[in-house]
Design a protein around this ligand. Structure first.
Ligand SMILES: Cc1cc2nc3c(=O)[nH]c(=O)nc-3n(C[C@H](O)[C@H](O)[C@H](O)COP(=O)(O)OP(=O)(O)OC[C@H]3O[C@@H](n4cnc5c(N)ncnc54)[C@H](O)[C@@H]3O)c2cc1C
Length: 375
């Protein structure tokens, strides 16, 4: 199909900036670019009908990391980088709350909790880790005692075979679908053109600017390009250390006796669960099949789903009948370390990718940072 003159001069008109990917990072980037330079002509291209990566398929934790995950990160990436990440996520949560009303995105400051098995001989070590993290986070976030033991809540939440609970009252939950949709409306109101169903095959950079080629034959042009394709970046940015990591989730039907409320972490963040009203959402268990889950296929598998169900029966809803009503997966972008890749790739090509497992909070800061490097 050849394009009409009208289409060429409106929907497909040359832009100042093309953003590939309409997940949180792409949308927040359009938001900050418009905020910083209101007259910029921005086009976002998205391969799905709606954002189709992680942003509308995650667990909706408004979080910045649990104790066991942060201790592991510090060991792997060093204390400084771990603290930098936490600070960025913390600042990101503040940006989300500043931009949207609680009701728009169902934000609830319901608290975050880490479930820890009985440690016996390693309890002193955990107490020391909590103390160490609190002192470090106090210096960075200016928040007193971010983490504290709340073992009395084990019974209150109805958990079984759980040794300890570490509480972080700064965390909460939100509705990622509503956040994505609100962001989309916000940038469209500011004049950003969002084109869905455009799967970008490749791009070319020359002295005249950028040309973007879609798989359906469409060609778009711009002065600058921003790649926000997270776990799907391999084909557009070969050679970058970004690997897809599938995350699977299930949600139960209503459980009238559900006692827990908030965002719960377990085992270095490999398991996570929360309430959605009085339904239970749980995700994770990727660690039982890392190789299998290194994929961009958005399907669910029996091994992971069964492991999640068994976890629910053993620890969260012991002796309680539940039915699973929804199952899905989303794709994260991970790498050899957890730092995101936010940089200028060539004179007019930029990227903000590899948001790992806590990208809801990181996205606004990644977007603010990369857009400072652009026009
Ligand atoms: C199951 C699961 C649970 C999670 N839970 C949480 C949580 O509770 N809290 C939290 O903070 N984080 C969570 N995360 C992580 C978080 O969702 C991500 O870090 C974040 O959404 C990443 O946003 P993004 O914009 O970088 O990527 P994405 O949302 O993946 O967006 C990338 C977009 O690019 C598009 N795209 C890709 N390739 C192309 C192409 N060639 N052409 C055009 N478009 C393209 C994709 O369709 C997609 O819409 C979870 C992730 C998963 C999968």
């Amino acid at each position: 199909m050849s394009l009409s003159l009208w289409e060429k001069e409106s929907f497909y008109a040359p832009a100042d900036i093309i953003i590939i990917g309409s997940g949180f990072v792409g949308l927040w980037s359009a938001y900050y670019l418009k905020k910083k330079h209101p007259r910029l002509r921005i086009t976002i291209v998205e391969r799905g009908i709606i954002p189709s990566g992680a942003s509308t398929r995650n667990a909706g934790f408004a979080c910045f990391g649990s104790v066991t995950e942060l201790i592991k990160d510090a060991a792997m990436m060093g204390e400084e980088q771990m603290l930098w990440l936490v600070e960025m996520r913390y600042r990101g949560l503040a940006k989300i709350r500043k931009t949207f009303k609680k009701k728009q995105i169902d934000y609830e400051k319901s608290g975050g909790y880490e479930m820890v098995p009985a440690l016996n001989d390693r309890m002193n070590e955990l107490e020391w880790q909590v103390k160490w993290l609190n002192s470090k986070l106090n210096a960075v976030l200016k928040e007193k005692k971010v983490f504290r033991f709340s073992d009395e809540k084990i019974g209150e939440f109805g958990f079984s075979e759980v040794g300890h609970i570490i509480e972080n009252e700064l965390e909460g939950t939100l509705h990622p679908g509503k956040l994505c949709m609100s962001l989309l409306h916000l940038v469209q109101e500011k004049g950003v053109v969002v084109l869905s169903g455009i799967d970008v095959d490749r791009f070319e950079e020359s002295a005249n600017g950028i040309k973007v080629f879609a798989k359906n034959g469409l060609e778009l042009s711009a002065d600058q390009l921003l790649i926000c394709t997270n776990g799907f970046s391999a084909s557009l940015m070969p050679g970058f250390e970004i690997t897809p990591a599938r995350g699977q989730v299930l949600v139960t039907s209503e459980v009238p006796s559900l006692k827990l409320k908030g965002a719960f972490h377990y085992n270095e963040g490999f398991y996570y669960f929360r309430n959605v009203g009085n339904r239970l959402l749980i995700g994770g268990a990727r660690n039982i099949a890392i190789e299998q889950e290194t994929t961009t296929e958005m399907t669910v598998t029996e091994d992971i789903q069964t492991t999640l169900e068994q976890f629910v029966s053993k620890h969260i809803l012991p002796g309680t009948y539940f039915e699973v009503t929804d199952r899905w997966s989303g794709i994260m972008g991970v790498g050899p370390e957890k730092m995101p890749v936010i940089k200028k790739v060539s004179p007019n090509v930029f990227c903000a990718v590899r948001m790992s497992g806590i990208g809801v909070a990181l996205a606004p800061v990644a977007a603010d940072t990369i857009t400072d490097l652009m026009r």
